[in-house]
Design a binder for this molecule. Structure first.
Ligand SMILES: Cc1cc2nc3c(=O)[nH]c(=O)nc-3n(C[C@H](O)[C@H](O)[C@H](O)COP(=O)(O)OP(=O)(O)OC[C@H]3O[C@@H](n4cnc5c(N)ncnc54)[C@H](O)[C@@H]3O)c2cc1C
Length: 387
C-alpha cells in the first residue's frame, strides 16, 4: 500500500532519502563506531540535521511556505516507515523527529515574528534543536496536574519545576516548557514558555536510560529560571490546548516508525528462516515457524492498511480523534507481538544483547507508554464511541 503512495516527485524523494541513509548516514555510523545506544556528540548530530536540511529532507513535513514540502500525512507515513526500516542509528534525525521540525509542527502558527526568528527558523534550518516538556515526576497521563510554576516578576517569568523523561533534551538548545502561570483551574492556567537550556538555573540531567538503551531522554530541572514574558508561545493560559492541538497527528505519526521497525524484524526473520538449518532442513520448513511468519505478515498488512486509511482520512479533512488513538493502540501492540515472534524465530541470537532483533524488541515495547499509554488510547476510543 505505501509502495503506491504519491506522485513521481514523492517517489523520487523516497529514493533520495534512502540513498542519503545508505550512502551518508550508515557510512558515518560505521566510521564513528557509534550505535543507537551510544551518546552521539551534539556537533555530529548538528551536522546530520544541517546535511538533511540542505538536501531538503529535514523540514519536508512542514508547509511549503515554511521551507517544507507540504507532504500529506499519508506521504509522511510512507516516508517515515522507509526511514525506520533502514535500521540506521541516525534514522530519527533524518526528519528531526526528536528535536526538529516535527516537534514544532503546528505550534509555528502561534509564534510571534521574534519567536520565529530566534527559535523556530533555526530549528527548520537544522541549526538549533528543541524538545517538548510536559511530563513531570508526579504528572504523567494526568498531564493537567503539572506543578512547574512560572510566576510573573515585571516583564519576566520566574520558573521552578522538574520536567521528566523529555525526548531530545540531551541535545536540545531550547525547550517548549508547559508551566502553570495563573489561577486555581489548571486547565485554564497552563502556558507554553520557550526556555533556552543554557540559562542560569537550568540543568539537563540524564538520570534515566530507557530500555531501548538510547541516550535521547533527560530531565530538565528549572530553579528560579528567568525568561522574558515575550517567550510565552500563544496566549497565556492556553498552553494545554496548544499542546493537545496536534495530539491526533502525533499519535498517528508514531505508527509508521513502529511499522518500519517491525517490517525490518519480519524481513530478518524471513531470511533467517531460509538460512538457519536444524534437523537437516531450513527452520522455515517447520510449520511452527511458517505460522509465525504468516501471523507477522498478516499483522503488518493490517497495520499498514490502518495507518494509510487513518492518514488518508485526516488528509481529506476527516475527524481522526478516535481512529488515531485506535491506530496507536493497535499498531503498538501488533508490532510488539511481531518483534516477540522475531525473537522466537532467531533463537539464542534473538535474546543476545545488541543483536538488531533484541534491540528492536526493546524499542517497540516503549511505544505502548509514550504519547499516551495503551490505557489512555482505550479511554479515548471508549469516550468517542460512547459519546
Ligand atoms: C521514552 C520516553 C519518551 C518520552 N518523551 C516525552 C517527551 O518528549 N515529553 C514529555 O512531556 N513526556 C515524555 N515522556 C513521558 C510520557 O509521555 C509518559 O511516560 C506517559 O504519558 C505516561 O506517564 P507515566 O509514565 O507517568 O505513567 P502514569 O500516568 O503514572 O501511568 C501508570 C499506569 O497507569 C495507567 N493509567 C494512568 N491513568 C489512567 C487512566 N485514567 N485510566 C487507565 N489507566 C491509567 C497507565 O496507562 C499506566 O499503565 C516520555 C516517556 C518515555 C518512556
Amino acid at each position: 500500500m505505501f509502495d503506491q503512495v504519491g506522485c513521481t516527485e514523492f517517489r523520487e524523494l523516497r529514493e533520495q532519502v534512502r540513498d542519503f541513509i545508505d550512502n551518508e548516514l550508515l557510512p558515518l555510523q560505521g566510521e564513528s563506531g557509534l550505535s543507537d545506544e551510544s551518546e552521539w556528540p551534539r556537533e555530529m548530530l548538528r551536522k546530520v540535521w544541517r546535511s538533511s536540511a540542505q538536501r531538503g529532507y529535514y523540514a519536508s513535513t512542514l508547509p511549503v511556505e515554511l521551507g517544507g514540502r507540504g507532504l500529506t500525512l499519508l506521504q509522511q507515513c510512507a516516508l517515515k516507515a522507509d526511514i525506520a526500516q533502514s535500521g540506521c542509528a541516525l534514522a530519527p534525525h533524518v526528519l528531526g523527529d526528536l528535536g526538529g521540525p516535527p516537534r514544532i509542527g503546528n505550534m509555528l502558527r502561534f509564534a510571534t515574528p521574534q519567536q520565529m526568528e530566534r527559535y523556530f527558523l533555526p530549528v527548520i534550518r537544522g541549526e538549533r534543536s528543541t524538545c517538548f516538556a510536559m511530563t513531570e515526576p508526579a504528572s504523567g497521563s494526568d498531564a493537567q496536574s503539572i506543578r512547574t510554576r512560572a510566576v510573573l516578576d515585571g516583564d519576566v517569568y520566574v520558573i521552578d519545576g522538574v520536567k521528566h523523561y523529555i525526548s531530545g533534551a540531551p541535545f536540545a538548545d531550547f525547550a517548549i516548557v508547559m508551566c502553570v502561570t495563573q489561577g486555581a483551574d489548571q486547565a485554564q492556567a497552563i502556558s507554553a514558555l520557550l526556555v533556552d537550556l543554557d540559562l542560569p538555573g537550568v540543568s539537563v540531567r540524564q538520570n534515566d536510560v530507557p530500555m531501548s538503551g538510547q541516550h535521547i531522554d533527560a530531565d530538565i530541572v528549572l530553579e528560579q529560571v528567568r525568561v522574558p514574558r515575550d517567550n510565552v508561545l500563544g496566549e497565556v493560559g492556553k498552553g494545554f490546548g496548544l499542546a493537545m492541538s496536534r495530539i491526533n497527528e502525533n499519535r498517528l505519526l508514531h505508527c509508521p516508525t513502529m511499522l518500519g521497525l517491525a517490517m525490518r524484524a519480519y524481513r530478518m526473520s524471513l531470511d533467517y528462516a531460509r538460512s538457519r538449518t536444524q534437523f537437516g532442513r531450513p527452520i522455515g520448513q517447520f510449520q511452527a515457524i511458517q505460522h509465525m511468519l504468516a501471523d507477522m505478515a498478516s499483522s503488518l498488512w493490517a497495520c499498514e492498511c490502518m495507518i494509510a486509511g487513518t492518514a488518508a482520512l485526516a488528509d481529506a479533512g476527516g475527524d481522526i480523534r478516535m481512529k488515531a488513538a485506535a491506530c496507536k493502540l493497535y499498531v503498538s501492540e501488533r508490532c510488539f507481538e511481531i518483534a516477540d515472534k522475531a525473537v522466537q524465530i532467531h533463537g539464542n541470537l534473538g535474546v543476545t544483547r545488541g543483536h538488531p532483533i533484541e534491540s528492536t524488541f526493546r524499542k517497540l515495547r516503549m511505544f505502548r507508554i509514550f504519547t499516551g499509554t495503551s490505557e489512555i488510547q482505550r479511554n479515548t476510543i471508549a469516550k468517542a464511541i460512547l459519546d
